[in-house]
Design a binder for this molecule. Structure first.
Ligand code: EPZ
Length: 416
């Protein structure tokens, strides 16, 4: 299992362009299935989750090609609606294929999608919504089979703004007969990017980015070329690393609206924030200020995907901070690991109380999930001495080249 070795103490300085968004690329790769033709996706991140999704598309019958600057997907062949156990287990996002495959093949079999250690990740909101669109769902022991005689539009009112469920309903609705209205839809920027992609293919989606989305079904869509948005969580991760190491980093080709809540948290921690057209600079304070309380929320609230990274920054704050993780039931996985480095963190259900310490010391730690792994890298950058982060494969699921990126900003880090 690959590891990352970090010699802490360097302040991050410089400028960096972040990769394409994992959480936009994955639903967009699913959306390609809704037309027969050749799609070219630019700025598609070269990460394990994207390669896994491409492999699933290949196994369904698509032809794919990963080129230097783009991913080419040919969805012309007849496809199989069956997704293998191995493929589904490889990545949670395989659940997002449901809506797209139903939109095209009227049938999909999906093994229970691989959860991950941040929570049980149920799919009830996805299935309940699809059943309202003339889909019959047969739950089996190993997975579930969805069939339809033809998708029909429906009124869907989500009890919770689930990102994946919102995406699945949109993917099912674009070729459905009639109109679909989604109330309490998720508003994440990645959903907007997927909708912009679909509308360029000929879909009629209105209200994306708001809590009410209306989709008028159309007869057919056409394959297009498209550039995926920047990854707001990778941008936030690197800006948090700058804050944690007394650094000064500019991230460009990012829309500041997509990371506004992260920037607000960093500003409240005493950072200087300079926003210009599609670029953001964070200047670390002499001493990080504690955050009295910060809650993870659906967009535009503070993102759960930035929670571990901000927790690590707060280890250097002068005083006590409190984080409430309201989205996933088990997303404090890094706490036992950072305690090995001298962190003082108390957990009580979904609440973490972080007491700033004068310094962290390097240690051997183990990543257990994608964003937690990135947070452990930040802890290594902050710590005195050397830190080894095992399980860097988790990080490579979402970060194209965390070593190269951080090295370009002055970090002493290498993959072993
Ligand atoms: C997406 O996951 C992201 N993944 C996650 O990013 C992100 O953390 C999450 O949205 C929240 O922003 C992708 O986009 C590929 P949800 P998703 O459905 O769609 C519960 C990362 O690190 N729920 O909004 O699975 C669920 O258990 C990953 O890039 C149900 O109860 O998130 C969770 O508690 C991690 N029933 C909450 O809703 C359902 O049917 C949020 O889940 C679906 C979800």
């Amino acid at each position: 299992m690959a590891s990352l070795e970090i010699h802490g103490g360097n302040s991050l300085m410089g400028e960096i362009r972040v990769q394409g968004s994992k959480n936009a690329a994955l639903p967009i790769l699913s959306a390609c299935l809704l037309a027969r033709g050749v799609t070219k996706l630019y700025n598609c991140p070269k990460i394990l989750d994207v390669y896994n999704m491409i492999k699933i598309l290949e196994n369904m019958g698509c032809h794919t090609q990963v080129e230097d600057d783009c991913v080419v997907i040919d969805t012309s062949p007849d496809l199989s609606g069956i997704i293998s156990e191995e493929d589904a287990a490889s990545m949670r996002s395989s659940v997002m294929l449901m809506g797209a495959v139903l939109g095209r093949e009227k049938y999909v079999y999906l093994p229970w999608p691989g959860g991950c250690c941040i929570g049980k990740r149920p799919v009830d909101l996805h299935l309940n919504a699809l059943e309202k669109m003339n889909v019959s769902v047969e739950v089996e022991e190993t997975g579930f089979c969805c069939k339809t005689t033809g998708l029909t539009g429906a009124d869907i009112d989500f009890p919770y703004p689930s990102v994946g469920a919102t995406e699945n309903v949109i993917l099912a609705a674009v070729l459905a007969r009639g109109t679909t209205t989604i109330r309490h839809a998720a508003k994440e920027p990645e959903i907007v990017d997927m909708c912009l992609f679909l509308n360029q293919m000929g879909a009629q989606i209105h209200g994306m980015g708001t809590s009410q989305i209306i989709i008028h079904g159309v007869k057919a869509l056409k394959s297009i070329s498209y550039t995926v948005m920047a990854d707001r969580i990778v941008a936030g991760t690197y800006l948090a690393a700058a804050a944690a190491t007394g650094g000064n980093v500019l991230v460009y080709d990012i829309d500041e609206k997509d990371i506004r809540s992260t920037l607000d948290a960093l500003a409240n921690m005493g950072c200087g924030i300079i926003v210009q057209k599609r670029q953001v600079r964070v200047i670390a304070p002499q001493m990080i200020l504690p955050l009295e309380s910060i809650h993870t929320q659906p967009f535009p609230g503070f993102p759960t995907d930035m929670q571990s990274q901000i927790m690590v920054c707060l280890l250097a704050a002068r005083g006590e901070s409190t984080i409430y993780e309201n989205i996933f039931e088990d997303r404090f996985k890094i706490v036992p690991q950072i305690r090995k480095m001298g962190a003082d963190v108390l957990i009580n259900e979904n609440k973490a109380v972080i007491r700033g310490v004068s310094a962290l010391h390097g240690s051997n730690v183990c990543a257990g999930d994608l964003r937690g792994g990135a947070a452990l890298v930040i802890a290594g950058l902050m710590a005195e001495g050397d830190t080894k982060v095992d399980g860097s494969i988790y990080i490579e699921r979402g970060y194209q080249d965390i070593c190269g990126d951080l090295t370009s900003l002055g970090a002493d880090i290498r993959r072993i």
